[in-house]
Design a protein around this ligand. Structure first.
Ligand code: SAH
Ligand code: SF4
Length: 359
């Protein structure tokens, strides 16, 4: 029987799996046979790994496990497009994964940490604090979980956004190992261009991403275009001020020859006036940038509200005057707490309420 400390096979990239197997005397042929069984034939148990050499299967049973994520709670938006899952990890932690199906193109929003250490004031995940980093297998596991749901209705996954719970660049190694598994040509073979990583602005991580060969998209959460305004919403802004952040973004954009997406959560009266838009326009003018404006999804721990539609339009008009393109991203499934961390917060509040109070 595999022990609790056994290796989760989904934690391993193909080269890492090769290293494990070669230590047992099995070469690349066996590695690739196992890899395709996991990611092409979708085996989820050792019994389904038929066709492998019996000695290899025995070693796998003894030393490894196939860690699956269980559905702890799920809900569907009233428009039917959004399916929000709260998935349970082996240690009982829960994380959010959101599946959005729109016009036959499925997108999944996945988590990279249980909680988050960055403390953005309006974010339900930030309000929880960090429990722990996810392992690569727990990040990949979210994709495998939604793939099973999609396969049942003959759909396929197209886009992956790392915009769920947590800060991906605070969990750099595990996140990148997971990305390497997702794009591996012999397995899930997802297009790197259909993967977007969103960061709060971890400068060393952005520079490292620029230096490595992973052609995924980068989105940077700004929410403020002066250090003081940004830091009031995003405490990480004190650690990595805007001049350092924008330098890193320019470095990324030049090195990777890529457009950067900037996210701006619009909060009524806080960061949605014409003046805020002018400051942002000046900051991004001349860059290969695209702004995604997202009206705030209100959270229990923050008293701000979303901008009115006319303020959103006026904000965009000012950006256009600086030749900065923008798109409004409505958070789909607002009725099911589809903002980052919100379902978990709601489910936990509910279960606390239903628990008997101790004397
Ligand atoms: N930690 C990363 C990725 C996860 S958050 C980051 O901060 O970029 C993904 C996006 O959702 C971020 O732009 C974040 O600011 C935004 N967001 C978080 N909570 C929100 C809320 N309640 N309403 C609107 N946008 C929110
Ligand atoms: Fe963390 Fe992103 Fe939420 Fe900020 S917005 S607390 S970085 S998950």
């Amino acid at each position: 029987m595999p022990s609790d400390t056994s290796t989760n096979l989904y934690d391993l990239t193909r080269p890492a799996l090769g290293a494990l197997l070669s230590g047992w005397g099995f070469g690349p042929y066996h590695r690739d046979q196992l890899w395709t069984a996991l990611y092409r034939r979708h085996a989820t148990t050792f019994d389904e790994l038929d066709g492998l050499k019996p000695e290899l299967l025995r070693m796998l049973r003894e030393h490894t496990r196939l860690g699956q994520l269980a559905t702890h709670h799920e809900s569907f938006s009233s428009d039917g497009f959004t399916h929000k899952l709260l998935l349970r990890l082996d240690d009982g932690q829960t994380i959010e994964t959101v599946l959005m199906r729109f016009k036959g193109r499925a997108t999944v929003c996945i988590s990279t940490q249980a909680g988050c250490a960055m403390g953005c004031v309006f974010c339900a995940t930030g309000q929880m604090g960090l429990s722990r980093h996810l392992t690569p297998g727990e990040i990949v596991g979210q994709i495998l979980h939604v793939n099973r749901i999609l396969r049942a209705s003959g759909e396929t996954l197209r886009n992956v956004v790392l915009m769920g719970m947590g800060e991906p660049l605070h969990n750099y190694e595990h996140t990148m190992s997971a990305v390497d598994v997702l794009v591996d040509a012999l397995g899930l073979a997802m297009g790197p261009r259909f993967i977007t990583l969103s960061t709060v602005g971890v400068v060393p991580g952005i520079r490292r991403l620029a230096d490595e060969e992973r052609p995924i998209h980068l989105a940077v959460s700004l929410h403020g275009a002066t250090d003081a305004e940004r830091a009031a919403l995003v405490p990480a802004g004190r650690r990595w001020p805007l001049d350092e952040l924008m330098d890193a973004c320019r470095y990324y954009s030049e090195k990777r020859k890529r457009r950067i997406f900037f996210e701006w959560t619009l909060i009524s009266g806080r960061n949605d006036t014409a003046e805020h838009a002018h400051t942002l326009g000046l900051l991004l003018r001349g860059m290969d940038a695209h702004v995604n404006v997202i009206p705030l999804n209100p959270t229990v721990g923050y008293d701000g509200g979303p901008s009115r539609p006319e303020s959103v339009r006026a904000f965009q008009d000012v950006l256009t005057s600086y030749d900065v393109p923008s798109t409004v991203r409505q958070r789909r499934g607002i009725d099911i707490d589809a903002g980052c961390g919100q379902l978990k917060a709601t489910v936990e509040r509910r279960s606390r309420r239903s628990l008997p109070t101790s004397a």
